[in-house]
Design a protein. Sequence first.
Length: 366
Amino acid sequence: MTMQTPVQNIVVGLSGGVDSSVTAYLLKQQGHLVRGVFMQNWEDDDNDEYCSIKEDSFDAIAVADIVGIDIDIVNFAAQYKDKVFAYFLQEYRAGRTPNPDVLCNAEIKFKCFLDYALAEGADVIATGHYARKEVRNGVHYLLKGLDANKDQSYFLYRLQPHQLAHAIFPLGDLEKPEVRRLAAEAKLPTAAKKDSTGICFIGERPFREFLQQYLPTEPGDMVTPEGKKVGEHVGLMFYTLGQRKGLGIGGAGEPWFVAGKDLGQNQLIVVQGHDHPLLYTQSLVMNDLSWTLPQKPSEGRYTCKTRYRMADASCELRYLDEDTAELVFDEPQWAVTPGQSAVLYDGDICLGGGVIMSTDKQVIVK
């Protein structure tokens, strides 16, 4: 966005992190009418040592004060529990590995927050995502962020045209070091704050401990594809395909990796060696499709990411029905995981994608 753009009424999602802080600062510098909103998406015991919501809200308020904008704290915890958390648990129960950030963007930030902001008179909302947007002939295109290390278009693939039309991403043309430099220059208290890791509602707490509060766990055997027992697992939901750490299988030879789950037998299937054929996938089937442009992409050749930060993989798209598609890769892909998202690109344009249901390997056996 350049200085020539007309003044807009913009509501910025302030999370208490450096990216959203600089987003608000830049928009204010450009002369827009800017307000901040801190979204409280999780309600927890305030004494929880791992929960950073309180600290993050204080940081967001401090940033708003320095930038010189008003800030509201808005509670979306009920919607979050219904739309994001319930799905998260349901997927784990089914042996899959969901991506709650994708859902949080589609259901909370660009739905609840967007509706709230528009009702308050905003023209658009702004977030600190590393993604870009271009408008060509009235069509809003979602593009990758320029910083290839930080591009977050993968997490935004479920945004529909009407959501994109009311959203801007001021950091899309910047690289992370530049964002931190701007924050320091503006004396924002978040300039050196480390990026949050992990799932928004879990914060920094140990994942296993957290899940155990909600889902019953059943330990069982770790077995090779041939059925030989090589260890014990603490509950299938704590493992994801391609996982190497925390398996606790000793012995000589190459490291062990998770290659599948047998839900019926409660067995974790493990293989030795990063390049074991069971870890490679030639094709996948995805459903729950969502597209960023008014027309869905035609069948044909694209590139795809099956996980955040991987290199784009060339593939062929074919529709199996209205809501299901198959992707066939030129080169076999490593550890493609049911429950994660497959996101399609045409060059820099993020077209959307779907949730991976299955692959050509039997990675989840009911």
